[in-house]
Ligand binder design. Structure first.
Ligand code: MSP
Length: 510
């Protein structure tokens, strides 16, 4: 049994979750669920990033202490993920004692190894990014991500000797060509490293809301510097060596493209400095866009966009479309790694075409026909069906796609099987035939296709697939059993009652 550790970024708890945060979380969850389906031992982690200036500002603006504010907002993330059926194994909050302890242990190690020193620093700072910018990287003095003017800051800080890791990082990436995916993002990281690395300021004296520096309590660690370490906190770094060794460094960090530099440059260098292996894999996804823009709460206020992604709470969408259809849309619509357009029309059209007209239609048709032609008892699948080779190919391609962090492709190929079953029904027209072998053959095939689809699509739509499983008269869950055996053509043994339920996906107006 292989081990599979997957993480999402920890979300800033300055505000409630929105569709953009749901995008990454649902993708990580579905990828983790596919790995569980394959029989691997999975640990999936998400959580909230609760320190820093931006958080302290948001708390103050809302009339709360940072602690009260993060308690509320972090709970909103946990509720949102429950509402999206996210099966994370842990939820980390950076304000937890276990995290403070780990940050202190990890950074003390780096300090003791001589990679942290004290110096004066002044520069242009974006509070939304919680990061300094070189003047040439700003757009007319404003942050290129948030459009806000960068402010001049000056502090006496501790610095991490990032510059000392330039060559080591390059040779590490050379030796590990798939460490950053997709390749375009790897190239971006490599060219950043090649352009020359400067030491980074890792502490602040201007605020107290953070993890205090163990060897100098007048400083707190810069929020990014503490946040990255969450990936180690959750697996017991410094507290449980055996557990830590089980999960590290074979980790998959799923991240959005704007936080590439922190994860692909700083983070592996920090690991090297502390004497542990860098993360094995960082998968970089694009943004969901509305009208061509990534919109976030921290955009300049005068931004006049028609719909703000950040104003769309995940629960509003799931209340309207259902949990599984929203998960399906977030996984299917955009190739992970690319940017994608988000729109309500897009959800409705994907829902109608893939879910109502294809999957829902197949389930309804088959159940109705089994009712009228087979007394409601599902016929056994024909092991030598013409659909068997296609099914084998779909299982192989879907598994490969999910394992390569391509849920959209995994689902697209799975839907080929649904299309083939619908097509063979159209061709055989069992509704015109008398009960008998020909009817049993085409319905047995369709039931087997639905059984396979319920397994393959379960990481995307866990509840719907469980419902289909039950309607086929099958016991247990689509996720039970050994994957290779369960996905072999011929598993539907028939002679069980097929249930005709309500439409799974009532059609919607686009
Ligand atoms: N707190 C840091 C991450 C620290 S990880 C050690 C952070 N938080 S965030 O809340 O601003 O963003 C978290 C993730 O959400 C990022 O990967 C970001 O790309 C993702 N998304 C936020 N808006 C998004 C879209 N509109 N589309 C897709 N993902 C986006 O950065």
């Amino acid at each position: 049994m292989a081990r599979f550790y997957i993480t999402t970024p920890i979300y800033y708890a300055n505000d409630a979750p929105h569709v953009g945060s749901a995008y990454c979380t649902v993708n990580a969850d579905a990828i983790a669920r596919f790995q569980r389906l394959l029989g691997n031992d999975v640990f999936s982690l998400t959580g909230t990033d609760e320190h820093g200036q931006k958080l302290a500002d948001a708390a103050e603006k809302n009339g709360f202490s940072p602690r009260e504010w993060t308690d509320q907002t972090s709970a909103l993330f946990q509720q949102a993920w429950d509402g999206l059926d996210i099966a994370n194994d842990d939820f980390i909050r950076t304000t937890e004692p276990r995290h403070h302890e780990t940050v202190k242990a990890f950074l003390s190690t780096i300090y003791e190894r001589g990679f942290i020193y004290k110096d004066n620093y002044s520069g242009l700072y974006c509070v939304s990014c919680e990061d300094y910018y070189a003047e040439e990287d700003l757009d007319a003095g404003s942050c290129p991500v948030h459009g806000r003017p960068a402010v001049q800051m000056s502090e006496e800080n501790y610095f991490f000797k990032l510059s000392a890791f330039q060559d080591q990082l390059l040779s590490w990436y050379e030796a590990n060509p798939t460490a950053i995916q997709p390749a375009t993002k790897r190239n971006e990281a490599l060219s950043f490293i090649r352009s020359g690395l400067k030491d980074i300021s890792i502490t602040r004296t201007s605020l107290t809301w953070g993890v205090s520096v163990p060897w100098d309590e007048t400083h707190v660690f810069y929020v990014w510097y503490d946040a990255l370490i969450n990936y180690l906190t959750a697996i017991g770094y410094g507290r449980d060596q055996e557990r830590f060794a089980q999960w590290w460094p074979a980790v998959h960090h799923l991240i959005g493209k704007e936080i590439l530099r922190f994860h692909c440059v700083w983070w592996p260098a920090m690991c090297m400095a502390a004497g542990i292996e860098p993360p094995a894999n960082i998968f970089v996804h694009g943004w969901l866009l509305v009208g061509g823009k990534k919109l976030s709460k921290s955009m300049a206020d005068d931004d006049a966009a028609p719909v703000k992604l950040t104003d769309i709470a995940p629960e509003v969408l799931t209340a309207d479309f259902g949990v599984d259809p929203i998960r399906y849309y977030l996984l299917r619509e955009t190739i992970l790694g690319n940017d994608g357009d988000f729109s309500l029309e897009g959800i409705a059209s994907r829902y109608n075409s893939d879910l109502a007209n294809n999957l829902g239609n197949l389930v309804a048709r088959v159940a109705t026909l089994v009712g009228s032609k087979c007394d409601g008892i599902g016929p056994k699948v024909n092991k030598n069906s013409a659909l068997a080779p296609l099914a084998a190919q779909v299982v192989a391609e879907a598994s490969a796609a999910w394992s390569a962090f391509q849920p959209s492709v995994g689902l697209e190929v799975t839907w080929k099987l649904i299309a083939a079953a619908n097509a063979s029904l159209e061709q055989a027209e069992p509704w015109k035939l008398e009960p008998g072998e020909a009817v049993d053959a085409v319905l047995g095939d369709a039931l087997e296709v639905l059984r396979l689809v319920a397994i393959l699509a379960s990481p995307a739509m866990p509840s719907v697939c469980q419902e289909i499983w039950g309607r086929l008269g099958l016991v247990g869950a689509p996720t039970d059993g050994d994957f290779a055996t369960a996905t072999m053509w011929g598993g539907y043994l028939g002679e069980v009652a097929v249930v005709k339920g309500d439409p799974l996906f009532p059609r919607r107006k686009v």
